[in-house]
Each structure stands twice: as C-alpha cells, then as structure tokens.
Design a protein around this ligand. Structure first.
Ligand SMILES: CC(C)(COP(=O)(O)OP(=O)(O)OC[C@H]1O[C@@H](n2cnc3c(N)ncnc32)[C@H](O)[C@@H]1OP(=O)(O)O)[C@@H](O)C(=O)NCCC(=O)NCCS
Length: 145
C-alpha cells in the first residue's frame, strides 16, 4: 500500500538518494553525483510529497507552488512501474489544482513516454543543459487507465 505525505525536513538525505538513484538509471544525466548542498538548493522553497511503500521511502515529487510547476518527480528504480509516479502526479493535482505544468528532457525517453501514457500534452519546448526539453500540461489523469 502506497501512502503519500508531506516530506519532513529530516527526510532530505533519503530524497537526495532517490534523486541520484533514479537519475543514474535514466542514463540521460552525466551529473549524477551532485552534492547534498546542490540538492538542497534544487528543492529550496518547494512543497515536497513523499511516497511510502510500507516503511520504504520509494519516491517523491516537489512542486513550486506559486507556479503550480512540478519541478521533480523521482521513483526509486526498484519501485518503478508500480503506479507510484502516477499517484504522485495525482497527489500534486489534488493539492495544487489543475492545470499544472512540468518539464522533461527529451533525452529522458522513458519519462517522456510515462507522461504521454498518463495523458499529459506537450505545450512548448526549449533547449537546456541536457538538450531539448518539452513542457507538459497536466490537467487531469485518466484514473481508470
Ligand atoms: C518517470 C517515473 C517518475 C515514472 O514513475 P513510475 O512509478 O515508474 O510510473 P508508474 O508506475 O506510475 O506508471 C504510470 C503509467 O506509465 C506507464 N509507464 C511507466 N513507466 C513507463 C515507461 N518506462 N515506458 C512507458 N510507459 C511507462 C505505466 O505503464 C503506467 O501506465 P498504466 O497506468 O496505463 O499501466 C519513474 O519511472 C522515474 O523515477 N524515472 C526516473 C527519473 C525520471 O526520469 N524522472 C522524471 C524527470 S522529468
């Protein structure tokens, strides 16, 4: 049973571990060894939701609330493909309202496919540190899919 709650500040090391493990597994990001202080800056002032599978911290989403922008969504490789990413997106929508947006690097093929499977639509694109990125609009999730 997966439970999603607001992350406590003491979870920061676990969040950083999830972030690194999930990014490493994508083979898309060469800078997987960012420090804890880099990670803390990345999520500064963001609302962070954490997914527990039992006692295991299995994934998290962080949201820039004023912009309704999902900045991070990461699930531990071992827990991927079990519906946790979709649940985290639903939780963000339930708490921040529709529509929300997020960005995903085009080199991250699996995540891009995941967002499309969840029904998100590309609304813009640009070029950043990892090449082309797509901005997705999240209005609702097909909860029966
Ligand atoms: C992308 C990510 C967050 C998805 O989370 P997840 O828990 O693995 O995804 P879910 O199990 O909730 O999958 C939800 C749906 O997407 C589909 N899906 C999941 N992974 C997929 C993949 N690699 N390719 C295609 N579809 C996929 C599932 O089949 C599922 O569809 P369904 O409900 O119709 O069966 C997760 O895989 C991850 O952390 N990846 C590495 C980090 C990353 O790239 N983060 C995003 C940065 S923008």
């Amino acid at each position: 049973m997966v439970e999603i709650t607001l992350a406590e500040s003491e979870f920061i090391e676990d969040l950083c571990s999830i972030y690194h493990a999930a990014r490493l597994e994508t083979s898309c990001y060469p800078d997987v060894n960012q420090s804890m202080s880099d990670f803390i800056k990345l999520v500064e002032n963001e609302v962070i939701y954490i997914a527990f599978d039992g006692k295991i911290k299995a994934g998290f989403a962080s949201v820039c609330a004023p912009d309704k922008f999902i900045h991070h969504l990461y699930v531990l490789p071992k827990y991927q493909g079990q519906g946790i990413g979709r649940k985290l997106l639903e939780h963000c929508l339930d708490n921040h309202g529709s529509p929300m947006t997020l960005k995903c690097d085009a080199c991250n093929l699996r995540a891009t496919q995941f967002y499309k499977t969840c029904g998100l639509v590309v609304i813009s694109e640009g070029v950043g540190d990892y090449g082309v990125w797509n901005e997705f609009n999240l209005k609702s999730l097909d909860r029966n899919a």
